[in-house]
Design a protein around this ligand. Structure first.
Ligand code: GLN
Length: 238
């Protein structure tokens, strides 16, 4: 069996090691003898059939503007995949653009794909630093944030977790990220997956289950190094 990962816009949207998330999924699959194919998707490309995991990283406002038009084009296809239960992880810049819009500090509205029920407006300062959250599905999650966008979640989505340390969605309501079906949007770079292996395995498990229509129990891996990385990051709160 081969898992196909769609990596959205790796040229423009890849901040603070976000690419490492794709490597983490790939490695944890390969350690279990599951083949992985990574499709680096750039504007104008066709989305191949049978995509199993969608991933998109963060980016500067300028990068977000560059991909806006293409994201409009493929948005409905991505939305139908998410609605169908495809596992998906989107970080910061693409997280914002999986929502309705991101309004930048100069008032430019970058229209999103409207997959997640969120809106984002740039705030007066950048929110930067290490973050610890208590996620609703995966226990403690650690990462790093750097954004000016302030995100609010609408009634059709739930947060990914509660902020224990850091700013999260907007620095005010104590929420971080968004969890809708098997799609997780979060501000956490770092990259997030290598030090939060439970989240990586969630994406892999959901991908295999959607593909095979059976419940999957993933082979256990030795996560000693991953847990050390997690503990080390968690010991450096903002
Ligand atoms: N440009 C967006 C913001 O500043 C996203 C930044 C990011 O992806 N780190 O909010």
């Amino acid at each position: 069996m081969t898992i196909k990962i769609l990596h959205l816009y790796p040229k423009e949207m890849n901040l603070y090691g976000d690419h490492g998330n794709v490597l983490a999924i790939k490695r944890r699959c390969e350690w279990r003898n599951i083949n992985v194919e990574v499709i680096n998707y750039e504007p104008g490309d066709a989305i191949p059939k049978d995509i199993d995991i969608i991933f998109g990283g963060g980016g500067q406002d300028s990068g977000q503007s560059k991909i806006e038009e293409d994201l409009q084009r493929i948005g409905p296809k991505l939305k139908s995949m998410v609605e169908d239960g495809a596992p998906c992880l989107v970080i910061c810049g693409i997280y914002q653009l999986f929502g309705k819009y991101y309004r930048t500090a100069d008032g430019t509205k970058i229209v999103g794909a409207n997959i997640l029920d969120i809106v984002t407006n740039a705030g007066p300062e950048r929110l930067i630093g290490n973050v610890i959250i208590n996620s609703y599905g995966f226990g403690e999650i650690v990462g790093y944030e750097n954004h000016s966008g302030l995100t609010s979640i609408g009634p059709n989505a739930k947060p990914f977790g509660e902020v224990a340390s850091g700013a999260g969605n907007n620095g005010k309501d104590g929420t971080e990220g968004c969890h809708y079906k098997n799609c997780i949007g979060t501000y956490l770079h770092g990259p997030i997956l290598p030090k939060n292996p439970k989240l990586t395995d969630f994406l892999i498990k959901k991908a295999l289950e959607r593909k095979s229509h059976t419940e999957i129990k993933l082979q256990k891996l030795d996560d000693e190094i991953e847990h050390k990385a997690h503990t080390s990051a968690a010991s450096r709160p903002r």
